[in-house]
Design a protein around this ligand. Structure first.
Ligand SMILES: [Zn+2]
Ligand SMILES: [Zn+2]
Length: 216
């Protein structure tokens, strides 16, 4: 089984074009910073800049009222995913109020990991490519745990242990979305994205240049 892991790779400039969490969003000229449609209408927090082969995914979640705002829900209006064209993006002006930026920029390197489930595993869950790759990351022989906090998620593949009835539709055309990425909270609890301790799932509708986000 194979997964393209996203691995923490130090820090980066806040307006860097490389894959990263934190920093400022890069977007087409005239882009308007998304506001929460669930709680206060305040500006969302910018989470991640993820270049993919068909453009750049840009992920925002509301953090103005952590816990009360349903930022884990794909349809509550408390998160947004945009698909931008790969070129012509500029740094977006940051709103003056609200919880808008993460405390740190984390650069991401990608690493294709191929692992087969251990035979004789009597786990009741079927093997999952992402779960397998993440739990095996930098794990030495005989160790139970590797350096899982270095894993910031993965690109492509299929959503890890997500029930079919949670797959989100496109917010624009109501069509189906395709799975794009997993997001993990990050290496340092002080500066990490707040996903409520859950795994984040990024979906995209390429024709609409928009996506959906949820945690599970
Ligand atoms: Zn909100
Ligand atoms: Zn659509």
């Amino acid at each position: 089984m194979q997964a393209t892991l996203m691995i923490y790779d130090g820090t980066a400039a806040p307006d860097s074009e490389i894959p990263r969490t934190g920093g400022v969003p890069l977007a087409p000229e005239g882009f308007i910073w998304p506001l929460c449609g669930d709680c206060c209408g305040g500006p969302m927090q910018f989470f991640a800049h993820l270049p993919v082969e068909y453009g750049v995914l840009s992920v925002f979640l509301c953090q103005n009222n952590p816990g009360s705002c349903e930022s884990w829900d794909a349809t509550a209006g408390a998160n947004r995913v945009f698909l931008f064209p790969p070129a012509g993006l500029v740094a977006v002006a940051v709103p003056e109020s609200g919880v808008t930026l993460l405390p740190a920029v984390s650069a991401i390197k990608t690493q294709v990991v191929t692992l087969e489930p251990e035979t004789g595993d009597d786990d009741e869950l079927p093997p999952d490519a992402y779960d397998l790759a993440r739990s095996g990351w930098e794990r030495e022989p005989g160790e139970w745990f590797g350096k899982q906090r270095e894993v910031l998620g993965s690109l492509g593949g299929s959503p890890s242990y997500l029930e079919d009835d949670r797959l989100p539709g496109c917010p624009s055309c109501s069509g189906t979305t395709e799975f794009a990425a997993h997001l993990e909270e990050g290496i340092d609890r002080q500066t990490a994205m707040n996903l409520g301790g859950q795994l984040g799932y990024v979906f995209v509708c390429r024709p609409c240049s928009e996506g959906a986000f949820l945690t599970d």
